[in-house]
Design a protein around this ligand. Structure first.
Ligand code: SF4
Ligand code: SF4
Length: 498
């Protein structure tokens, strides 16, 4: 029987049988080359049709929420700290107004572990929903740049037809306007990225000051602008297919229980055009599936694939094809969900989403890492003190028959305000602490302060062997940290000290 699904043609057609109906379908053509490349490897420019529908509206609302967070993140401040900042240059990070320093590497490492574990669990359960709904690349491409393109050049098929024709004035001004807007937007995005890297205050300095003083910063502004322009104006979906490693390793994470955007082949095959005179029931009785071959799911796809070919690496789970197919089903009076969010198991067996042991294992790991992260964040001090005995120093006889040891103290102030520091002897020892080099020891904000400490102890406080001393670090009468070290006396010179 001749193929009655006019949308699936091409070289290497195969004859297959579904519900007793033979079809000639080129099933394998999509395996030979990427959707965005011809067989000779040259780029196939995509002109996706404007998406619309229920899921698209949700996606748009979510995307705009993300866009607001992305663009305000470095500028919104909590207690003087940016909401979000990744200052790689100074190795200083701010998350929700909490400043993290190189000394907090362990917290950062755990945060990264939690983040990646989250992605793994999420992908195992819900496929690449992140890509289509939350990835900054897709959000900016589909919700900002593509929308502008639709505004200036019209819907995908219109723009495609114009591009296939000769260069007219209308085409020239549209292209010029589009690329100017793209360049301007890329400049804004580039500057926002720069403010994530160096902080919004440093960015403002670059903008306000003499350009001669900030040639490096200006160089990065231009570089980031050009990179983003290249990505959003030219590279587009290729970034997801060729560069993003997430798309590559998804095949290791997906299984038949993963919920993905999927075409219900049991219901849809064999495909056949819609006939007015044939009811849905008659169509089914004739062995024809619900897919009418309208290709709306294909023309709307921003990565150029045909979801009916199964789960594919290029699919970013944007759900545009679900909306498109639902619109067709609505028009023809058939139930929605021929293309839907479902697991392959769910489609073949009708089974609901199952929690697999692998997902439970990942979730357990995530909870453990989350607890560790919370513990590290909540027990993290505003200052970090290191106390070392002065190299090569011995004990000294001090006034009143006391013995003294000389230490070097280093205090890192992780806050955005100056902290006056005092030292007190703890653990019931009698003696005193002198800060050498000035009475007031104030550690400036975001800086490291260093002083020499002379610790004097009464002989009655000394232990026969090593004497452990605890020194409380106080600021304005409030204890903020305690450090422990060893005190060297006449009988303890050989004892290990720090
Ligand atoms: S196949 Fe559907 S969900 Fe996947 S990228 Fe294309 S339109 Fe989006
Ligand atoms: S939109 Fe639905 S009916 Fe149309 S080709 Fe795609 S799967 Fe078939």
């Amino acid at each position: 029987m001749k193929n009655n699904s006019s949308d699936v043609k091409g070289p290497g057609e195969a004859t297959v049988e579904h519900h007793g109906v033979a079809q000639e379908i080129d099933w394998e053509d999509f395996r030979d080359h990427l959707a965005t490349a011809d067989k000779d490897g040259s780029r196939r420019w995509l002109y996706p049709k404007k998406p619309s529908g229920r899921l698209h509206r949700y996606r748009m609302a979510f995307a705009w929420l993300l866009i607001v967070v992305m663009f305000t993140g470095p500028f919104v401040k909590i207690s003087g700290n940016p909401l979000l900042m990744m200052n790689i240059v100074d190795r200083k990070f701010s998350i929700l107004g909490q400043i993290f320093w190189p000394q907090d590497t362990i917290i950062f490492a755990v945060a990264m572990l939690v983040f990646f574990t989250c992605i793994i669990i999420f992908t195992t359960a819900f496929g690449r929903l992140w890509c289509g709904w939350a990835c900054p690349q897709t959000v900016m491409m589909e919700m900002v740049f593509r929308k502008i393109e639709y505004l200036i050049e019209g819907d995908g098929p219109v723009a495609k037809a114009r591009d296939a024709g000769p260069w007219t004035m209308a085409r020239v001004w549209r292209k010029a306007l589009k690329h100017s807007v793209f360049l301007g937007l890329s400049f804004v995005i580039g500057n926002t990225l720069l403010s994530y890297v160096i902080g919004s205050d440093a960015l403002m300095e670059i903008i306000r000051d003499d350009p001669q003083d900030h040639l490096t910063g200006l160089g990065f502004m231009v570089l980031f602008t050009l990179i983003f322009y290249g990505i959003f104006a030219r590279f587009r979906e290729q970034a997801c297919t060729f560069i993003c490693p997430y798309g590559r390793f998804q095949s290791a994470l997906l299984d038949e229980n993963t919920v993905v955007v999927a075409y219900d082949n049991k219901r849809g095959e064999s495909r056949g055009p819609w006939k007015r005179e044939q009811s849905h029931e008659e169509r089914k009785a004739a062995g024809v599936g619900d897919c009418v071959g309208c290709r709306q799911c294909v023309v709307v796809c921003p990565t150029g694939i045909d979801i009916r070919n199964g789960v594919q690496m290029e699919c970013v789970n944007c759900t545009a094809c679900i909306d498109a197919c639902d619109a067709t089903m609505d028009k023809l009076g058939m139930p929605r969900g021929l293309v839907r969010f479902a697991s392959l198991n769910g489609i073949s067996t009708g089974a609901p989403l199952r929690v697999t042991p692998r997902m439970m294992g990942y979730a357990g790991l995530l909870v453990a890492l989350g607890c560790l992260l919370a513990f590290l964040v909540f027990t993290r001090a505003d200052v970090e003190t290191t106390l070392l005995r002065a190299p090569g120093s011995m004990f000294q006889e001090a006034a009143g028959g006391r013995l003294s040891n000389l230490y070097t103290v280093r205090v890192v102030n992780k806050t955005l305000y100056d902290i006056p520091i005092e030292f007190r002897l703890e653990n019931g020892l009698t003696g005193r602490i002198q800060v050498l080099g000035g009475l007031d020891f104030v550690v400036p904000k975001e800086k490291l302060g260093q002083r020499s400490l002379l610790v004097e102890l009464d002989r009655s406080s000394l232990q026969p062997r090593s004497t452990q001393i605890e020194i409380g670090i106080y600021s304005k009468g409030r204890q903020i940290e305690t450090v422990t070290t060893s005190f060297v006396g006449p009988g303890t010179l050989s004892a290990p000290v720090r």
